[in-house]
Write a new protein. Structure first.
Length: 206
């Protein structure tokens, strides 16, 4: 689905951001606490940990096609590192792998974990959108719609409304689907999901 492709682009952008700047951000945060000689050792330690986390994360992302190696690697990463951004990205990869294997229970568990940790950079919103989709795949449309109400970031409004429209179509709620699709269009959804306009036109012509 186009909306899923959009989420993938967002995840890739966030992933690249962390690869490029994650270490620098963590270093900056530590240095910002400094200025006193007593912080020097602490700063050096945090810098080393940040660099190790960055390297471990990049190594793990190359194993995303090997489920067993990925799960083992994520567990090891979680034990050794506490960076929420990296952990959330890895969990999204684990959830995606579970969905591809049609293990929706596992995917739901992992996505709820991501949401609960409240990672930054919109990762919690992406996880919430994906959780709603996983619930719908299990026939839990009402649960999926309720989950979508937790998507409150305006940057994800169009994606939320398009997905709501998809769910309403599956329930036979044509008028509600039209409203949701139109809201998505009004918020720029066609730019990232060209299929959105087709969905709305099909309903209007029905």
């Amino acid at each position: 689905m186009e909306i899923y492709s959009t989420e993938e682009q967002q995840v890739d952008a966030i992933k690249q951001f962390w690869k490029d700047y994650g270490t620098s951000i963590l270093i900056g945060a530590v240095v910002g606490l400094g200025g006193l000689y007593s912080w020097n050792y602490y700063s050096d330690m945090k810098v080393a940990q940040a660099e190790e986390a960055s390297q471990a994360f990049q190594a793990l992302t190359t194993k995303s096609t090997d489920e067993a190696a990925l799960l083992a690697g994520v567990a090891e990463f979680s034990k050794n590192h506490d960076q929420k951004g990296y952990l959330a990205l890895l969990d999204l990869i684990v959830a995606k792998t579970a969905v591809e294997a049609k293990d929706y229970t596992k995917a739901e568990e992992v996505l709820k974990k991501v949401i609960a940790t409240k990672p930054s950079a919109g990762l919690d919103m992406i996880a919430t959108l994906r959780l709603a989709r996983v619930q719908a795949e299990q026939g839990q449309i009402d649960a999926g719609l309720a989950t979508l109400e937790q998507v409150t970031d305006k940057a994800f409004l169009a994606q939320r409304e398009e997905l709501k429209g998809d769910f309403f179509v599956r329930q036979g709620e044509v008028d509600k689907a039209k409203t949701a699709y139109q809201t998505a269009v009004d918020n720029g959804g066609v730019v990232t999901s060209p299929a959105l306009k087709i969905k709305l036109d099909n309903l209007n012509q029905a």
